[in-house]
Design a protein around this ligand. Structure first.
Ligand code: KG4
Ligand code: ZN
Length: 336
């Protein structure tokens, strides 16, 4: 019997989860919605908000699971990558309770957490190897995943992340942060091919992505072609065309990778995995490839994915996984 208390605080969600024998008992997520009025996440404010929330969420999680700290086998905490100050809040809190209750800590990489988060859904059967597309506001990466302990990064964005492209382009036309979900909704009414925006690297024989050229092209289009702003009746066409330009390279390269690496499954995770057009295009692949998505509570930043992976690591009995209390957080993914 293993019961893991998991903590996630890498960006703007404070989350505490309890995973018992690989099953999620509780997954509490407190999102810091107040950042939207600044047009993006303010790191210092994020750290303070984590600090105010983390103890309360931990108490609530234990209460909901009807457990005490003495029944916890290990503490899992996000170590990297993320906002350093935000990560420090979670890891310091974890270290504190680790000392107080003499419970080991398992530091977890946030991207690895996303990569395996699809298996928190009961319908998604554990299948290896698969192609993992991690696509969020900070990351756009393709992985070849062989097991819970073995995977290879095969492609990455060379500039902006896909979620960042949604958010920055939305900002250009005055949308609130994060614009991704708003564009998804507005684009449903629009024509995906009304405007032709660039899809850099889409035909290159590698698995890399690039989205900053799209943002620049949209900025020039708005300045030159629509100096007085977009007409209301063309807004949904405009947004649908932008969404298509972001989704198409993601879909094309994921399917290419699945075929080249002989994988029957593509697993999409991270905030942008919620995008309805991305989901539709991937599911409609006609190549007999199953596509797994996490549910919303597992696609946004959450501690259940951190605890789930920690549980797998705990079962592998690799003592190297238990770092001592000297471990430090990092803004970067230092394993690559
Ligand atoms: O994984 P996440 O919650 O946080 C990190 O970035 O780590 O992802 C947030 C990103 C934002 O850029 C947001 O605009 C995007 O995910 N996003 C979406 C959708 N829902 C969230 N983008 C497009 N369509 C959506 N439905
Ligand atoms: Zn994330």
């Amino acid at each position: 019997m293993t019961t893991i208390l998991a903590i996630e605080s890498s960006c703007d969600e404070t989350s505490v989860s309890i995973i018992s024998n690989g099953k999620e008992l509780v997954n509490l997520i407190a999102s810091q919605f107040f950042h939207s009025k600044y047009g993006g996440v303010i790191p210092e404010l994020a750290s303070r908000a984590h600090l105010l929330k983390i103890q309360e969420l931990t108490n609530q999680a234990l209460q909901k699971a009807n457990l005490t700290m003495n029944e916890i086998t290990a503490i899992a905490v996000t170590k990297e990558p993320g906002l350093v100050g935000a990560l420090v809040v979670g890891s310091s809190f974890a270290k504190g309770i680790s000392v107080q209750y003499d419970i080991p800590i398992i530091p977890i990489n946030h991207i690895e957490g996303h990569l395996y988060s699809i298996f928190l859904e009961e319908d998604n059967k554990e299948v290896f190897p698969y192609i993992g597309l991690v696509v969020s506001g900070g990351h756009t990466s393709l992985f070849y995943v062989e097991s819970y302990s073995s995977y290879k990064l095969i492609g990455n964005t060379i500039d902006d992340a896909a979620g960042e492209a949604f958010d920055k382009i939305g900002k250009l036309i005055g949308m609130e942060y994060p614009a991704g979900p708003l564009i998804d909704i507005a684009a449903k009414e629009g024509n995906n091919n009304a405007f032709n925006f660039p899809r850099p690297l889409i035909n290159e024989k590698n698995y890399n992505f690039s989205f900053s050229g799209l943002k620049t092209s949209v900025r020039y289009f708005l300045q030159k072609e629509r100096p007085n702003g977009l007409a209301e009746e063309e807004l949904s066409d405009f947004l649908a065309s932008i969404q298509e330009a972001i989704c198409e390279p993601l879909v094309k390269k994921s399917i290419l990778a699945a075929r080249e690496y002989n994988c029957k499954v593509i697993a999409v995770s991270g905030g942008v995995s919620a995008n309805s057009r991305l989901q539709h295009l991937l599911k409609d692949n006609k190549k007999n490839i199953d596509v797994y998505f996490p549910s919303t509570k597992h696609s946004i930043d959450n501690a259940a994915m951190i605890g789930f992976l920690a549980d797998k690591k705990l079962k592998s009995n690799d003592r190297k996984l238990f770092l001592d209390l000297q471990f430090t957080v990092s803004s970067r993914f230092i394993n690559w």
